[in-house]
Design a protein around this ligand. Sequence first.
Ligand SMILES: [Zn+2]
Length: 532
Amino acid sequence: MDFDIIIRGGLLVDGTGSQGHQCDLGIKADRIVAMGPHLEGHAQEVIDADGMVVAPGFIDTHSHSEVMLLAEPQHERGLRQGITTEILGQDGLSYAPLSNNNLQLYRAYLAGLNGNPDINWDWSSVAEYRSRFDGTVAINTIYLIPHGTLRLEVLGMRDRPLVGEPLERAKALLRQGFEEGAAAFSTGLSYYPGAWSNTEELIELGRVAAEYGRPYVTHLRTVFREPQADYHRAGVEEALEIGRQTGVPVHFSHFRTSPATAGCVGHLLGPIREAMAGGLDITLETYPYSFGSGYAVMYLPPWAQEGGVEYTLQRLSDPVTRQRIRGEIAGSPFPPSPEETCTHVASRDYQWAVGHTFREIGERLGTHWLDALLLLMLHSRLRVGMKGPPTPDPEVEEQITRDLLQLISLPYYMVGSDSIPTGESPHPRAYGCFPRFLRLAREYGYPELETLIHRMTELPARRFGLRDRGVLALGKAADVVVFDPMETRDCAAFGEPKRLALGVRDVLVNGQLAIKDFQLTGCLAGRALSPA
Ligand SMILES: [Zn+2]
């Protein structure tokens, strides 16, 4: 038999979780067409994988690559991690379906999160947005229909629940999105306009996802109309209630312990495990870091966000209103920390602030750090991002690392980088997430490689309906990563976040080499995938 590519002599870890074994792979066009210990036949390209692991390409279940992927389609930071598919449309925050005016509005509003590249912003439907990623970028993508986007389209940036005609329109748009190949419905209930929703509206929309058998993917609510004794618990309960009322499968975004809950995995997962025992279909995801990242707009009080960017800027530019905003941020249940570090700021005048903490920025400006943060936002058209703070106590950091490895060992947990590729000093997860998990598992001795690979491949492929991916088997798509099991590691760190990962030697996307012998090929073979 003739092949396009044979991968010879590697340790095949096939994604199912079963024991790795020596096996060659024969690839023709975009498919795996032969497997066996010593494949006979001729191939145009022979990859000697002796001493290497051969695994399915990794699936990143939570990425904000979005428009930056269109602007930087080679996607080296992802390929060097072994990623061949990313799931976009996260946290209720993306760009379709939107009519042109609303697309421009959301472009401005989300620029501090997703970037603001100079590309053609002229799509409208989910089908049109997805098609931009088809054959034009290095990796495959999947799209989730974002709740905030639906709300913006049918109601604008307004603080009221969806009911009546706008709700019916949102449901119709959601149905259309699924018909056009979207894989799930996503919410980000601490971001606007999604945070203005109530549970009833989410149940109504969740029912539509359930009709299509697609998951409800949620970044939990932290914004409540009534004061809550335990915000975290209340957010979890809301997600579970939506699952119970609608039967929709529920997927929790970036769910892990923090310095406040380090060592308490059992407690954290308690209500979720109870719900699973009661029959709910639940999965979760995490990235392997103890600190987070986001964009500063999320800290503004709800009333300050109504109407969108221009209205928010007017409020910030009025000194009296700015003081009111400052007071409410300081008194909110989720205030920013002065030890968070600025990842990017759009204003040229404030470029020096990147890489500095809010406290340091305040000191340099000779003002309180909160006032400094609001000034930065005002002068950057709200385009300010932040990360951290890192965990100062090494023992707590160590405990959170053990928690993360314990979580990813669970059979319903997967990996989502939550990568935010914006600015000069991003969170290192955009460059190191997957190799970091591989390194930590090697250093701590758990979970086993086969288990970890399963969490990165077959499990997310099943969850998001990719029937022909996530495992290496006859007839499956040839998304393959060849990596050094002893040397693969993350190099990106808090202070040096853009260092590329090491150890991934070859990457195939749809049977085409995107990395060959550690060299980027420039091949753009990624497809916009839809669930089968
Ligand atoms: Zn996210």
